[in-house]
Design a binder for this molecule. Structure first.
Ligand code: FMN
Length: 212
């Protein structure tokens, strides 16, 4: 697919869960290293994840965002400063992230605190977005959504012709989620699914094996 046409793609590597350390007899002790071994490399397609925030009425509010980076400690996503998730985070920075791998092989759930990412990180992540996703960052507005399809298509084409590689919009922000709890779930063809949980404590991580 041409770069300009690339929208949201999801890579689907075949995962052999039978060799996953979560199912083995010596489960790993370092959740960040395990997360790094599961998550895509920086040059691979970005993975979708369900981001849950707490809304103004106290209900969980969930939506999909793309994981833009894992720096070995924190998970990053990027979004529009005017969005509901940003308002939710200003009132309560506690979040959950849920990532599901193809064919129901793995699930990773992270609970943590979302912190604003630095300007340099936001700029670097924006630079790596496809032209489609850069344009989306400009035109995914309430005003645009309220217009007719014909108007939206015309405006989309006009903007694309005028800005083949749009600059970063002013209201584009990023967040880094610092995990408080990790849950790694794996299935197994010949055994029950199993979870490995890590909870942050004063002196490192407390580890538990849980039923799937
Ligand atoms: C596969 C997929 C990936 C998405 N990635 C993002 C993203 O990285 N950032 C973003 O702001 N919205 C993304 N969206 C749109 C969000 O799900 C959501 O509709 C939007 O951010 C507004 O959410 P809010 O009103 O709860 O803030 C994505 C949607 C889908 C289906």
């Amino acid at each position: 697919m041409a770069e300009n046409e690339r929208q949201l793609t999801v890579s689907a590597p075949v995962i052999d869960v039978t060799t996953d350390p979560v199912q083995g007899d010596a489960p790993p002790a370092d959740p960040a290293a395990l997360a790094a071994s599961w998550l895509p490399e920086p040059d691979e397609d970005r993975m979708p994840m369900t981001l849950s925030t707490i809304d103004e009425d106290g209900y969980p509010r969930a939506r999909t965002v793309l994981l833009t980076e894992f720096d070995g400690e924190r998970l990053y996503f990027h979004t529009d400063a005017e969005s509901r998730k940003v308002a939710d985070l200003a009132a309560n920075p506690r979040v959950a992230l849920t990532l599901l791998w193809p064919a129901f092989t793995r699930q990773m759930v992270v609970q943590g605190i979302a912190e604003r990412a630095g300007d340099a990180e936001i700029a670097r992540a924006y630079e790596l977005r496809s032209p489609y996703l850069r344009q989306l960052a400009w035109q995914n507005t309430a005003d645009f959504a309220a217009r007719s399809l014909a108007e939206r298509e015309a405006e989309w084409a006009r903007f694309r012709a005028a800005h083949p590689k749009p600059e970063q919009p002013a209201g584009w922000v990023g967040f880094a989620v610092r995990p408080h709890r990790y849950l790694f779930w794996t299935s197994h063809p010949d055994a029950a699914s199993r979870r490995l949980e890590f909870v942050r404590s004063a002196d490192g991580w407390t580890r538990h094996l849980l039923a799937g």
